[in-house]
Design a protein around this ligand. Structure first.
Ligand SMILES: *[C@@H]1O[C@H](CO)[C@@H](O)[C@H](O)[C@H]1NC(C)=O
Ligand SMILES: *[C@@H]1O[C@H](CO)[C@@H](O)[C@H](O)[C@H]1NC(C)=O
Ligand SMILES: [Zn+2]
Length: 502
């Protein structure tokens, strides 16, 4: 402490001295030094680039200058409007090819694009549909006419309905609208956080009947890994409630079945794609539950982690923070592992809010007090100096999901995202996509684009991208040995990518 004060004094005195000797005008050499010192603090600021990397970096810089001066700057627009511009961007095309490492924050119910859900899954035999009173849909696979339910009176065989309607394309588009937030008019359709979150939860429920059909779930996981791999991602940590799944005859499988299925599908995927590292699950429960239910869920997660140590990474609480219960509310449940003398790593969503000073805003400190391994979103972190210090000191990375934050209306122009501060300070951070199918993204390239071009601005460079990719392995839940395998695999891909670009 004393030393750092001395250093500060020395630096300050030196600074004053520099200023004085140059007769009023700050010394350009000193100015240059300070600028370089500041830049070295940003994410990737200390990454040494090879000659080939420097060449690519210079090219990226040029591209960025061009995109920043264009009439429409994508990060300043709502992502739904920015998407076509982003798709045309040369930076984006480069990011797609870039090996990005791991996706550490994606939810299982929005892993796979809605195009596939509608064009593939709803075309399978025995698929029934029902339109609910609140203008949503339910799906159910069944070998007989399903019984009416409280939310669903009239089930129709989709095949028959489609034939009757006669406009399959329009009909399929309308089905997709129920499963995603994506729309041409985001500002009109989603005037407030409440409205967009309502649609968000509805879409989850609508998709559930498709995804939790046992044979579909297998293909779904496989397809999900495939979409990530196509975007040059090699590892996934998936948040999942391990919903029970059902067969055509109504047989129900438990969570262990889902976990085993995930494990088997991952193995098969790796066998088919040896350059894919793997996938693990973060067991998640909804924050609308009561304390005793969450206690039971924590106990169950402890057991599942014991039984499937290679697959289960840990535990999280999901659902909208602003209207849900706080971590502190669940303190008794969340202290169980420590009480029982076992470890259950936490990966808490925390600080996904712009309501400063509320109980919800406090989640971020509580997540750290419960020794969270990473922080999901941490949108509010920049406002919490102490929590920020703790997270940095303990290497608790923030999972930054820019498009999610924008679509769920925490920020409109992504240049104003608070993570700009975290990035300029080199705070531990990874980039992820949260709910790709709901936001109409695929892989991580769109979120990388927003983080790199919008949040990072002109000063984010190839070193930033490199560090973000490496971070995704560094801050993953993988054991040390697999991390080393991961680094080596990623480095090979990276080197090939650099050669390819030069
Ligand atoms: C649906 O997906 C499955 C598994 O990915 C594939 O085998 C099948 O051919 C697809 N069917 C259609 C109609 O696209
Ligand atoms: C968090 O970690 C600290 C240090 O290892 C430990 O003393 C504390 O009991 C842990 N807290 C919880 C709630 O697990
Ligand atoms: Zn999330």
């Amino acid at each position: 402490m004393v030393i750092s004060i001395c250093q500060a004094v020395v630096t300050y005195v030196l600074l004053l001295w520099f200023v004085r000797v140059t007769d009023g005008m700050p010394d350009p050499a000193q100015r240059d030094l300070l600028m370089r010192q500041e830049a070295s603090r940003q994410t990737g600021g200390r990454v040494a680039l090879t000659a080939a990397e420097q060449k690519l970096d210079a090219y990226l810089h040029q591209l960025k200058e061009k995109e920043m001066s264009a009439a429409q700057f994508p990060p300043a627009l709502h992502y739904f409007k920015a998407k076509p511009h982003i798709q045309k961007s040369s930076i984006f095309k480069l990011l797609q090819k870039m090996p990005k490492g791991a996706a550490l924050h994606i939810h299982s119910s929005s892993l796979v694009s809605v195009e596939w859900l509608v064009k593939n899954v709803t075309y399978r035999p025995h698929c029934y549909i029902c339109f609910t009173w609140d203008n949503s849909v339910r799906f159910l696979f069944s070998d007989r006419q399903p019984f009416p339910r409280w939310d669903c009176f009239y089930w129709q065989l989709l095949e028959t309905l489609r034939a009757k309607i006669g406009d399959p394309k329009g009909f399929d588009n309308s089905l997709m609208q129920h499963l995603t937030l994506f729309t041409e008019d985001p500002d009109g359709e989603y005037p407030s956080q409440d409205v967009v979150w309502e649609k968000f939860e509805k879409a989850f429920i609508a998709a559930a009947g498709l995804i939790t059909h046992a044979p579909v779930l297998k293909d779904y996981f496989y397809k999900g890994l495939g979409e990530l791999q196509l975007d040059n991602i090699m590892y996934l940590e998936l948040r999942s409630g391990l919903s029970r799944t059902y067969e055509l005859d109504g047989t129900i499988h438990n969570k262990v079945w889902t976990l085993k299925t995930f494990q088997e599908v991952t193995k098969k995927f790796i066998a088919d794609h040896p350059d894919f590292l793997g996938a693990r699950i973060i067991i998640s429960v909804h924050r609308a539950l009561g304390v005793s239910e969450v206690k039971a869920a924590v106990k169950e997660a402890i057991q599942l982690q014991k039984d499937f140590p290679d697959v289960v990474a840990g535990f999280d609480m999901v659902g909208r923070e602003d209207s849900g219960r706080t971590l502190w509310y669940f303190r008794e449940a969340l202290s169980l592992p420590t009480e029982l003398g076992v470890t259950l790593p936490y990966f808490f969503h925390a600080g996904e809010t712009d309501d400063e000073g509320t109980d919800v805003d406090q989640n971020i400190l509580d997540a750290l007090l419960f020794n969270t391994t990473r922080i999901g979103h941490g949108y509010a972190l920049a406002h919490h100096p102490l929590a920020k210090e703790l997270s940095r000191k303990r290497n608790v990375a923030v999972e930054l999901c820019p498009i999610s934050n924008q679509v769920l209306k925490l920020v409109s122009d992504l240049r104003n995202h608070p993570a700009a501060v975290l990035m300029s300070e080199g705070h531990p951070m990874v980039i992820s996509s949260d709910d790709p199918s709901l936001f109409g993204t695929t892989g991580l390239s769109y979120d990388f684009y927003e983080a790199f071009v919008g949040i990072g601005g002109l000063k984010a460079n190839l070193g930033t991208l490199k560090e973000l990719a490496v971070n995704s392995i560094r801050y993953s839940s993988l054991p040390a040995q697999l991390k080393d395998t991961g680094y080596a695999m990623w480095q090979r891909k990276w080197d090939a990518f650099i050669v390819d670009q030069s």
